[in-house]
Design a protein around this ligand. Structure first.
Ligand SMILES: *Cc1c(COP(=O)(O)O)cnc(C)c1O
Length: 362
């Protein structure tokens, strides 16, 4: 049998692991930061009708420029954005890949601050972009000084700031974004996958005017409860969108994706209807685990990074055996838990409480 090592794989992919969070069909899935609430029935009906209309036209290629969707996304983000400043792809992962294809590549570099989203180094490897990993301080909080010094030292072609940061939940100070755009001669991406959960912080799209190399990446996968559709998007200067057109595959967004996303955006209020409840479940999870003696890191997102587990892998397996999936990211002593519905959140709290101090009986 042929194995991977027998194949003439590109050098920078040798030894890499594919992205692979477990996808067990368990009753309580709190491991990939989805919105665990189903989308409202009235929205389902409108999406189905839009899909039915779109299906009748699928003998033709879809609108390559997906202008109606881009107008809807511009309207959703507000801040005076126009369709020319919006772009989208099959998940923000594809948007990020297109950015690396256009602005990264051989001889170029991508810098971020770890621990952060595990896809960044994989996207760098896939586009032959050098990955520069700068560690965060113990509290994970980025400062203008730290970010400016890292950019001065490494002169990266691309910087990604994830805010709120996955997997730590840490919010991103707007001053850090200002400092990074000032310090960098290259591209600065703010990954706002969890922005709708951070009611206290204004979106970085407010910083776009006058900053043509600042890119704000967003997704419908998290707060918007649309992970299965695969729709990520970007707000930036119209010239950045022109650059992404050079690398996108023709007709990359299917007619069905465009129809579903445009319909869902007509109901953005209803689609985001569970966000306040998820935030309060996150806060309840935080209080309960703190009470049990765990160290919970401050979070502006729908998940918590929790320290104080004696053996995270054992706790992860003990919960998995009870039908509860959380995330072990190999941060010593830590596990990441998504806030779910009231029932799901109670289930994970009760299961961890039953394990005793530090998850010891795991
Ligand atoms: C979940 C997540 C994404 C979203 O990916 P999609 O491809 O849009 O589903 C992007 N960035 C971060 C940091 C994430 O956690």
């Amino acid at each position: 049998m042929t194995s991977l090592s027998d194949l003439p794989l590109r050098d920078n992919l040798v030894g890499q692991q594919p992205y692979g969070a477990p996808q067990d069909p368990v009753p309580v899935s709190l491991n990939v930061n989805e919105n665990t609430h189903p989308i409202p029935d009235e929205v389902v009906e409108d999406i189905v009708q839009s899909l039915a209309r779109a299906v009748r036209g699928v003998n033709r290629y879809p609108d390559r420029e997906f202008l109606e969707l881009r107008e809807s996304l511009a309207g959703y983000l507000g801040h005076g954005l126009t369709a020319e400043q919006l772009w989208a792809a099959n998940g923000s992962n594809e948007v990020l890949q297109q950015i690396l294809q256009a602005f990264g590549g051989p001889g170029r570099s991508l810098l971020s601050f770890s621990p952060t989203y595990s896809m960044y180094p994989l996207l760098a490897a896939g586009t032959d972009t050098a990955w520069i990993d700068v560690p965060r301080p113990a509290d994970y909080v980025l400062t203008p000084e730290l970010v400016t010094a890292a950019i001065a030292e490494h002169a990266p072609d691309i910087v990604i700031l994830c805010g709120p940061n996955n997997p730590t939940g840490t919010v991103l100070d707007r001053e850090v974004i200002r400092a990074a755009s000032e310090a960098s001669a290259g591209i600065v991406i703010v990954d706002e996958a969890y922005q709708e959960f951070d009611a206290e912080t204004e979106s970085a799209v407010a910083l776009l005017p006058g900053r043509p190399r600042l890119l704000v990446s967003r997704t419908m996968s998290k707060a918007f409860a649309f992970a299965g559709v695969r729709l990520g998007y970007l707000a930036a200067d119209a010239a950045v969108v022109d650059a992404l057109r050079l690398v996108r595959l023709p007709y990359h967004l299917s007619a069905l994706t465009q129809a579903a996303a445009t319909a869902a955006l007509r109901h953005s209020g209803a689609m985001l209807g569970a966000v306040a409840e998820i935030r309060s479940e996150r806060d309840r999870l935080d209080a309960a685990l703190t009470e049990l003696g765990y160290q919970v890191h401050p979070s502006g997102s729908n998940f918590l990074l929790v320290g104080g587990f004696a053996d995270p892998a054992a706790t992860f397996e003990a919960l998995r055996a009870q039908g509860i999936l959380i995330r072990n990211l190999s941060i010593p002593g830590h596990l990441r838990i998504t806030a779910g519905t009231r029932e799901e959140t109670s289930a994970v709290i009760d299961a961890i409480a039953a394990l005793g101090p530090g998850g010891a009986r795991a």
